[in-house]
Design a protein around this ligand. Structure first.
Ligand SMILES: [Zn+2]
Length: 330
């Protein structure tokens, strides 16, 4: 569905960021460590790839050319000087072994160009030990080494590590930019509207919604669950959660999304400006009308308890029956 791979990653929005990075190259002031942070699905990895191409591009322009040997090798994931650090463990972190191997590699001169690039995508789960193991390389990097990280927020990294990096925020795009990007990828107009109504300007989450049937089912169900909860409709709430319970993975996805809906509803009571993370704004708004901090905490607690039940092998149907009662009593 996503069609042919373009010579340069197509990045919607974020023009200021791309321009800044391009200027850094023009002034020969590229950072030795870059952190791209922002919500999941807003293009952090795509921009990291674009940046790697920018650093190693054989042309001198403020954006990767997409045509030179270096650009083409990166785009086809085959550049010998670009290393994607491998995740390990349950939390998707990086083992100290992996970090040590990368430190050793960073000391070796590049094969092709002037730089070697090491990418740590989704560094959120990176342990303190792994970060400490990397610290020295980032503090005093060899002239030819560049480290690129992506994460949800800068706060997931140790201050000592963070202070050696250039941190840049990546933002979701506007709804119309999102619709345009999805149209370019060849999705049907009805599907695009459905996805954009769920995830607004978050292109990555829209694509997952369009491509992954299980995510789509969980997302649409979560919107209905939020609605039922806002109405205190016991029958409907139990019906929806029991349907989700037929598949434990589906139930987990639904509960994760519901927790985010509750977070959005709680933030709505504060009247501030904040990015929506949930999948249905209108039901979150309705839920927020009845929300107090105490109730938010109880709702969140009820969901956390259900996760514990599922991990402890309590039957899914039994777990959601208890959850339903706890959500309505919260
Ligand atoms: Zn190039």
């Amino acid at each position: 569905m996503s069609g042919q791979i373009t010579p340069v990653p197509q990045i919607a929005g974020n023009a200021v960021l791309l321009d800044e990075l391009g200027q850094m190259k023009q002034k020969a002031h590229l950072p030795h460590a870059l952190l791209l942070h922002g919500p999941e699905g807003c293009g952090r990895k795509l921009i990291a790839e674009w940046f790697a191409m920018l650093v190693l591009c054989e042309e001198t322009g403020p954006a990767p050319c997409g045509r030179c040997r270096s650009c083409r090798l990166i785009r086809s994931r085959a550049h010998p000087d670009v290393t994607l650090a491998e995740h390990s463990g349950k939390r998707g972190g990086y083992s100290v072994e992996t970090v040590r191997r990368i430190r050793a590699d960073a000391a070796i001169l590049p094969n092709n160009g002037d730089m070697r690039i090491f990418m740590f995508c989704d560094a959120d789960g990176m342990s303190v030990q792994a970060q400490n193991a990397l610290l020295k390389s980032v503090e005093e990097p060899p002239a030819h080494a560049c480290f690129v990280f992506t994460a949800l927020t800068p706060g997931v990294l140790l201050p000592t590590l963070l202070s050696r990096m250039t941190a840049k925020a990546v933002f979701p795009v506007t709804r119309s930019e999102c619709i345009e990007a999805l149209t370019q990828r060849g999705y049907a107009s009805d599907d695009i509207q459905a996805a954009a109504s769920r995830f607004g300007g978050n292109i990555g989450r829209c694509i997952t919604y369009l491509e992954d049937e299980a995510v789509r089912t969980a997302t649409d169900r979560t919107a209905a669950v939020t609605e039922a909860l806002a109405d205190q409709n016991e029958y409907e709430l139990l019906r929806l959660l029991t349907a989700a319970a037929a598949d434990k993975e589906q139930l987990r996805k639904t509960l994760e999304l519901l927790d985010i809906q509750i977070r959005d509803a709680a933030l709505l009571t504060l009247n501030g400006d904040f990015p929506f993370m949930g999948c249905d704004r209108s039901s979150a708004e309705r839920l927020s009308a009845r929300l107090t901090p105490r109730r938010t905490s109880r709702l969140h607690g009820a969901i956390a308890e259900t996760f514990a039940d599922l991990d402890g092998n309590v039957g899914a149907v039994l777990a959601v029956t208890a959850l339903c009662a706890a959500l309505l009593d919260a």
